[in-house]
Write a protein that binds this ligand. Structure first.
Ligand code: NAD
Ligand code: GLY
Length: 376
């Protein structure tokens, strides 16, 4: 992975042999998107896949930049929201692409958040057995996480993201200016994933976020740029080592085993956004580490204090009702993709920036933590 910058564009390179690609981060990139992507296209033709919320402000500038670069384009607009990431929509989308007579060289452009990125990436992976795609993420979560690394897929009635493919984009264009229209709650949900990189292996970044997190959430574009670049660099370094999550990529799931249980329990809706569940899950992961005598309590307090100060939830008490209990939540964890040989995998921490993967967590300790959280 390399990092450079020119014309105020930060460029990272994710090194995956013949599937390597650049991640470009900057403000106003959308206006130059056509010229920036032209070198990685196999033909001057693309199909934009987007949702109504991202299309409203960003379809026209993207199309104008494609016109200027001489790239022919068509556009498919989806309804916004998680239900769009399902099999029926995938079937409709691939059908529309075939009706448009896309060729093996025609690229898809995912313009939107993680829902559009995951769906479009998977459609690209399976249409004509694989056509190119480019990610233009417009949520903070998508800019720092879902657009990088090639996990694509859809949800099934059996669970989230259970059908999909590892399929890398040709380029990621993260225009941080698009975050200006993002509702604050969605921005904060993405911020939880930013913080995750500090907690995994970069205490200095965590300390920087303690100082600049509020500014970032309030619109400081230089803080946003640095946070997106640092997050993408961190993710790219991990993916370059372990593209298919047979080892260290699992670190990116810090907080996610707990988050998954909370999301199943709350029904994957507006009640609890993914990033909010991850925030609570990261606090639980640190609390569990403290209980197991692995991590100083001060570090867990620092995590809780910072998440709380930016306005993210740090526990699930306000969500829980009498139907919630520790056994139920642990049962939900068992349905997660992170189960291996029947054992749950957790990401725990020896401290901030010192996370590690383990499948040797005592079930009683997890039960005790969840029971105490729900009883508090
Ligand atoms: P999302 O795509 O649903 O976007 C959130 C909301 O913001 C939507 O209503 C969307 O229409 C709207 N929106 C998008 N960009 C906007 C903008 N610039 N201005 C105003 N509104 C805008 O949600 P998300 O949080 O981006 O992504 C969540 C999805 O990502 C989940 O399906 C999750 O499973 C997936 N995910 C995938 C990976 C991966 O590695 N592939 C990683 C993390 C999450
Ligand atoms: N979001 C976790 C991963 O990409 O592996």
């Amino acid at each position: 992975m390399t990092q450079g910058s020119g014309q105020n564009i930060g460029t990272l390179h994710l090194d995956l042999g013949d599937r390597s690609y650049d991640i470009l981060v900057g403000e106003g990139l959308l206006d130059d998107a056509g010229d920036l992507m032209a070198p990685v296209l196999d033909q001057p033709r693309v199909v934009i896949v987007t949702d109504e919320n991202a299309a409203l402000p960003y379809r026209a500038p993207l199309e104008a930049s494609l016109d200027r670069a001489g790239i022919a384009h068509q556009c498919i607009v989806m309804p916004p929201g998680e239900p769009t990431k399902d099999f029926a929509t995938l079937e409709r989308l691939t059908g529309q692409l075939l009706e448009m007579h896309v060729e093996r060289q025609t690229a898809l452009i995912a313009l939107g958040g993680g829902v559009i990125g995951d769906l479009t990436g998977f459609a690209a992976a399976v249409t004509l057995r694989g056509i190119p795609f480019i990610q233009i993420p417009t949520t903070l979560l998508a800019q720092v996480d879902s657009s990088v690394g090639g996990k694509t897929g859809i949800n099934m009635p059996h669970g989230k993201n259970l059908v999909g493919a590892f399929y890398q984009p040709r380029m990621v264009l993260a225009d941080i200016g698009t975050l200006d229209t993002l509702p604050r709650r969605q921005l904060l949900a993405g911020y939880a994933e930013v913080l995750k990189y500090g907690l995994i292996d970069d205490e200095e970044f965590f300390a920087w976020l303690e100082l600049h997190g509020d500014g970032l959430c309030d619109g400081d574009s230089s803080a946003r740029r640095r946070a997106v670049l640092t997050s993408c660099a961190s993710k790219a370094a991990i993916v370059a080592q372990d593209e298919r999550e047979t080892g260290c990529r699992a670190l990116l799931n810090l907080g996610h085993t707990f988050a998954h249980a909370l999301e199943v329990q709350t029904g994957y809706g507006d009640k609890l956004l993914h990033g909010e569940a991850v925030a609570i899950g990261m606090v639980m992961a640190f609390d569990l580490s403290v209980r197991l005598g692995l991590c100083p309590a001060d570090d867990a307090d620092r995590v809780r204090t910072h998440l709380n100060s930016v306005g993210l939830p740090v526990d699930c008490r306000s969500l829980a009702d009498a139907s919630w209990n520790a056994d139920k939540l642990i049962g939900h964890m068992g349905l997660d993709k992170k189960v291996k040989d029947g054992r749950l995998t957790f990401i725990l921490a020896h401290g901030i920036g010192q996370s590690f993967i383990t499948d040797e967590v005592d079930g009683e300790a997890v039960h005790g933590l969840l029971s105490d959280v729900l009883a508090a």
